[in-house]
Design a protein around this ligand. Structure first.
Ligand code: NAD
Length: 474
């Protein structure tokens, strides 16, 4: 009933036409920004309750990052909404072509628990910028954040967002209905369920999924780059929601001769930065905690632990853990880890990492720490992934000018910045002609000279008209 009512009211709101205007979109974006600013303390509290996130991590990855995204939309919306002029073949002269961005309608957004505010706001900013109405289902596993969204989004926004709280059962109910777009963030398993349900109504989908993001480490022979490499690797493993992030580093690839140095430096870094549970998020839920414990309890995996491995079920904490060469067919190397365990896989030569990656599903991001331009080129040209970041990690997520999204198992569709606006718009093609010039060779009765003209017209598409004026048109 709640679902039906939300859908009906959202459809009415969209059909009233109010969401199409520039001023309405700007007012809703300003309201989103106001929530982030005025309710910062409540957001920090919700993220502490759900995930034990430190408020600085909460600001860096959610509040501050989303203020940046709203500001980018507020600054650029007029430009994004403006019709885009396109070139047309000379044959069409006189004519004009343009692409007009049309809102899709009522959009269903599923968000997830690891960045429960950020990953709700980021698609919301795109959907509202594009003039849509949104029904949002946050993750039930981050219940304080879900509750925050359900309380504040409708209060601040003008009937443009409805929040429906609940778990898979509510998700299934939502998927029975026809939406104009479904934007899903979550696992590949549920992504398949979403796509199957959407196919019934031919609803377009964006799937922001997960996967195993590798990091190739090729800088350990360069003394001056080691410290920065280790900082960035550790930050992208233990400093990002305790490893529970789609763009977290899942495992490392390194030449075997450098493995002892890598392990030593990572151990030292953990002791310095991530030993205090205050500085890392905890595991979201008992179920996920148990899943991670089970992975570590596999005897072959346990034997590969070279640091950490302890846990505290009451506090839902797992110690930052390093594993050296766990079996490649064990769960830790087959499935996305989504937790604070970091396997290191050793290779004879770092170039072998290319074949290693090609033999596995396409990840959301490939990270590579290297100054070897040939290796970089090979990674770009020979591997496939949502994106590649060289010599850093995570920061690509905050760059509005780069599309964010996966490929294959890691997702479908790109968003962030203008790409979000495009995700939630239909680019309608508009062609305007006049009655000034009319070519008879378009129509029967057919003759050899007409065929000749048509051949010329396609061959010299953009200069074809000149040939007409040179006497070929009768
Ligand atoms: P999940 O797939 O279990 O849940 C995602 C959403 O789907 C939740 O709202 C959940 O309630 C709903 N859901 C679950 N079962 C459903 C069903 N049968 N029918 C309808 N809806 C259902 O994912 P999760 O555990 O919340 O999140 C972790 C996953 O999300 C990881 O795989 C991670 O990599 C991925 N992720 C991807 C991105 C990205 O931007 N690419 C970001 C964060 C997380």
């Amino acid at each position: 009933m709640e679902v039906e009512r939300a859908l009906k009211e959202s459809r009415e709101a969209f059909e009233s036409g109010v969401t199409r205007s520039y001023s309405w979109r700007m007012s809703q974006l300003r309201a989103l920004k106001a929530i982030l600013i005025e309710k910062e303390a409540d957001i920090f509290e919700a993220l502490k309750l759900d995930l034990g996130k430190h408020r600085i991590e909460a600001y860096r990855d959610e509040v501050g990052l989303m203020i940046k995204s709203v500001d980018n939309a507020l600054r650029n919306l007029k430009k994004w909404m403006a019709p885009k002029k396109v070139d047309l073949p000379l044959l069409y002269f006189p004519a004009a072509g343009e692409i007009v961005a049309e809102p899709l309608g009522v959009v269903l957004i599923f968000s997830t628990w690891n960045f429960p505010i950020g990953l709700s706001f980021e698609p919301l900013i795109g959907a509202i910028s594009a003039g849509n109405v949104v029904v949002m289902k946050p993750s039930e596993l981050a219940s304080a954040s879900s509750n925050f969204l359900a309380t504040n989004l409708p209060k601040y926004l003008d009937n443009s967002v409805k929040v429906i709280e609940g778990g898979p059962h509510i998700g299934e109910q939502l998927l029975k209905h026809k939406w104009d777009k479904i934007f899903f963030t979550g696992s590949s398993r549920v992504g398949r369920i979403v796509m199957t349900a959407a196919a019934k109504h031919l609803t377009p989908v964006s799937l922001e999924l997960g996967g195993k993001c590798p990091a190739i480490i090729d800088t350990l022979s360069r003394a001056r780059d080691i410290e920065v490499t280790i900082n960035r690797v550790a930050g992208a493993k233990w400093g990002l929601c305790g490893g529970q992030a789609c763009i977290a580093i899942d495992y490392l690839l390194v030449e075997e001769k450098f493995a002892p140095l890598l392990v030593d430096r990572l151990k030292a870094k953990i002791k310095k930065l991530y030993n205090d549970p205050e500085n890392t998020a905890r595991i979201v839920h008992g179920q996920h905690f148990q899943r991670l414990r089970d992975i570590l309890n596999d005897p072959a995996v346990a034997a590969s632990v070279v640091y950490g491995g302890s846990s505290n079920a009451e506090g839902l904490l797992i110690e930052p853990t390093i594993l050296l060469d766990p079996p490649l067919d064990s769960e830790i190397m087959r499935e996305e880890i989504f937790g604070p365990m970091l396997p290191i896989i050793t290779l004879k030569k770092i170039e072998d990492s290319i074949e290693f990656l090609k033999a596995r599903p396409q990840p959301l991001v490939i990270y590579a720490f290297t100054v070897d331009e040939r290796l970089k080129r090979r990674i770009v040209e020979e591997t496939s992934s949502g994106g590649i970041t060289f010599n850093d990690a995570m920061i690509q997520f905050a760059a509005d000018s780069l599309p964010f999204g996966g490929i294959g198992e890691s997702g479908l569709g790109k968003y962030h910045g203008k790409y979000s606006f495009d995700q939630f718009s239909h680019g309608k093609a508009i062609l305007r002609r006049s009655f000034l010039i009319e070519f008879s060779f378009r129509y029967p009765p057919w003759s050899e000279w007409k065929l000749k003209l048509i051949r010329y017209a396609f061959r010299f598409y953009y200069i074809g008209i000149l040939l007409m004026f040179l006497g070929l048109e009768r």
